[in-house]
Design a protein. Structure first.
Length: 385
């Protein structure tokens, strides 16, 4: 069994976490700068969509780029690209240029997180993969959640704030240099490694990622509106999202440990069942604080682990260039769901009431459980590529 906390692993997750801090600050800083300039939410949404579009555009080429230039070089290049593109937003207020820069950031971040998650999986083995990925997910989430706090401290430095964010990304470079091992070398012509071949072998993992991306986005944006629709005051409604994120952040390592002990597939299904059971209960406990806070905490923990265990499953099921392709598909599912899901759900909430958000998530949880069952019936969960 590999040791969990190796030097290479710690250096890798800290470098990706620093990128998480930078990206967690850049998005709200962009929204703040646009608002200060007099633009509305539509422009903010379009700039956010530009970043997602850049990420989706690079997905088909991720495995080729990784094998052509090398994983370490691509990660370093991605960090430099994000740093420069973010800093350049300080030099101009042209929206077309900002859209292009956000697209570059989206493409670079897609490459970085895709290859980074594949590399984390390579540093683990099947006996400790749940804990390794749990540590990675917890660390990244904590740093990303600190991004808005950073924005609150630098927002007043209007002449330097984007340059400061860009410089933060560069802190990841010496951490990457401290890693002694290299990612597994892959062959550009390795059979069965393309995303077209990998996708049919991981439907539940794609659905799991899409579900949690939707859950995460809705928890931050629409869950407080759901609470206020049930008569909860604004201060308490905002805490709904915070408690969900607290459960997600603090419980990934324990649930990863449980997956290492009981089996990933069994725990993955259990988390899906917990989410499907708790979601319909939320409207009935929303007015009872001693019930709603524990329910939201457990709901966040279970939903977050659906994504974490999907990353674990990628490492169990794929290796080499196929693992990079699988990680790229996971990232693409995240981008697509977080982009389109809130638009559809927000429209449903306007026409069918605030509880529509819960039923969208409930349907997503059922689709995930159905996809897990479908994979198991065809032996995909045990197959290795």
């Amino acid at each position: 069994m590999k040791t969990v906390l190796t030097r290479d692993f710690l250096a890798l997750i800290l470098s990706v976490a620093v990128v998480g801090l930078g990206s967690g600050a850049t998005l709200p800083l962009t929204a703040l700068a646009l608002t200060d300039a007099g633009y509305g939410t539509a422009i903010v949404g379009l700039l956010t969509a530009a970043q997602a579009l850049g990420g989706l555009a690079v997905v088909p080429f991720t495995a080729w780029i990784s094998t052509r230039f090398g994983s370490r070089q691509v990660i370093v290049g991605s960090v430099l690209t994000v740093a420069v593109a973010t800093a350049l937003m300080q030099a101009s207020d042209n929206l077309w240029l900002w859209a292009l820069l956000r697209m570059l950031c989206g493409a670079a971040l897609m490459l970085l997180f895709t290859i980074g998650e594949a590399w984390v999986n390579e540093l683990a083995d099947d006996s400790n993969r749940g804990r390794v990925v749990g540590i990675y997910a917890t660390t990244f989430t904590l740093f990303q959640m600190s991004g808005p706090v950073l924005v609150s401290q630098i927002a007043g430095y209007t002449a330097w704030r984007f340059a400061i964010c860009g410089a933060i990304f560069l802190i990841a470079l010496p951490m990457l240099a401290a890693i002694r091992s290299n990612p597994q070398q892959t062959d550009m012509h390795e059979p069965h490694g393309s995303w077209r071949h990998v996708m049919p072998k991981m439907p539940a993992l794609i659905v799991a990622t899409g579900f949690f991306a939707l859950f995460d986005t809705l928890a931050l944006s629409l869950l407080p509106l759901f609470a206020m629709g049930h008569g909860i005051d604004t201060e308490a409604a905002v805490l709904f999202a915070s408690v969900v994120l607290l459960g997600d952040t603090t419980m990934q390592f324990p649930i990863g440990w449980l997956a290492d002990r009981l089996g990933r597939e069994r725990v993955h299904a259990l988390m899906g069942v917990i989410v499907a059971v708790l979601l319909p209960l939320l409207p009935f406990v929303v007015d009872t604080p001693w019930l709603r806070w524990p329910l939201l905490f457990v709901l966040g923990a279970a939903a977050g682990s659906i994504y974490t265990l999907a990353i674990v499953a990628c490492g169990e099921r794929f290796q080499g260039v196929a693992l990079v392709s699988a990680s790229a598909l996971v990232s693409a599912a995240w981008s697509a769901a977080s982009f389109g899901g809130p638009i559809v759900t927000g429209a449903l909430m306007e026409h069918a009431g605030h509880d529509a958000m819960l039923w969208v998530l409930f349907a997503g949880a059922l689709v995930f459980l159905g996809a897990l069952r479908w994979e198991r019936s065809r032996g995909l969960a045990q197959a290795r590529v």
